[in-house]
Design a protein around this ligand. Structure first.
Ligand SMILES: Nc1ncnc2c1ncn2[C@@H]1O[C@H](COP(=O)(O)OP(=O)(O)OP(=O)(O)O)[C@@H](O)[C@H]1O
Length: 231
């Protein structure tokens, strides 16, 4: 039976090399659910996300992400995990030597797409969904930060992910553009029933778009009650 949880961690320990960042992490995210991940600099948000997308190993405790068990995951299985995930970063991480279309076709080809027409149709679909179809032939450096982030969200959507992991996606954007990007992420999440876990420092965004909030603090992850302080 398929789990109704896109993320499940039980008594997970999260390490950066030998340094224990988070301990006894119990964490669930449901299908289609949106949640924030907050905490001070160095509290472990990025480390937690890295475990979830297979960039750090899970060596103690149990974990699964979109049906992929994290424990003892072989390097060869990481592409399968990533195919079911969308990942969005603060600094967009677009390939700067090629245009928007080629950034997206690069990902599709790397994840097994072969048919040119299907590739072209899928690129148009995701660009439409983020309002960027007119920028298809543009080089990334000619786009504003908000536009680059829209392209990176389009890239995250290419393989119909069940989960998007976003590491401070508004961190490099001005307040107005941050709100636009949040509206986009929340609408996509609702329309497509995609779960989102979003690490952020942006208190204004959380106030404007309240949602379930996990906090990393003193080596633990807890779910915040609304009365608790956010940072
Ligand atoms: N490659 C590494 N090797 C060893 N320790 C690391 C490494 N990367 C991060 N750490 C340590 O792990 C801890 C958690 O870092 P992490 O980047 O997960 O925090 P964060 O909450 O995402 O911080 P920020 O908000 O600044 O991005 C920090 O104490 C950091 O110094």
């Amino acid at each position: 039976m398929k789990s109704d949880k896109v993320i499940q961690l039980e008594k997970a320990f999260i390490y950066q090399r030998n340094y224990l960042v988070l301990n006894h992490v119990d964490f669930d995210l449901n299908v289609g659910e949106f949640a924030y991940l907050i905490g001070k600099t160095g509290s472990g948000k990025s480390s937690l996300l890295k475990v979830l997308y297979g960039d750090l190993p899970l060596t103690e405790g149990y974990g699964q992400v979109v049906g992929n068990e994290l424990n003892g995951m072989k390097t060869s299985k990481i592409p399968t995990l990533r195919r079911h995930l969308g990942i969005v970063f603060q600094d967009f991480q677009l390939l700067l030597d090629r245009n928007v279309e080629k950034n997206l076709s690069f990902v599709l080809k790397a994840t097994g797409w072969k048919d040119k027409n299907l590739i072209n149709d899928r690129i148009d679909e995701v660009l439409e969904s983020v309002g960027m179809i007119s920028k298809k032939k543009m080089m990334p450096f000619r786009l504003s930060g908000g536009e680059q982030q829209r392209i990176s969200i389009a890239r995250a959507l290419l393989n119909h992910p069940e989960l998007i992991l976003a590491d401070e996606p508004t961190g490099n954007l001005d307040p107005e553009t941050s709100i636009e990007i949040m509206n986009l992420i929340l609408n996509l999440s609702k329309e497509r029933n995609v779960a989102v876990l979003m690490a952020t420092h942006d208190y204004n965004i959380i106030q404007k778009f309240p949602a379930k909030t996990f906090k990393c603090e003193d080596g633990k992850v807890s779910v915040l009650q609304t009365s608790e302080s956010l940072f």
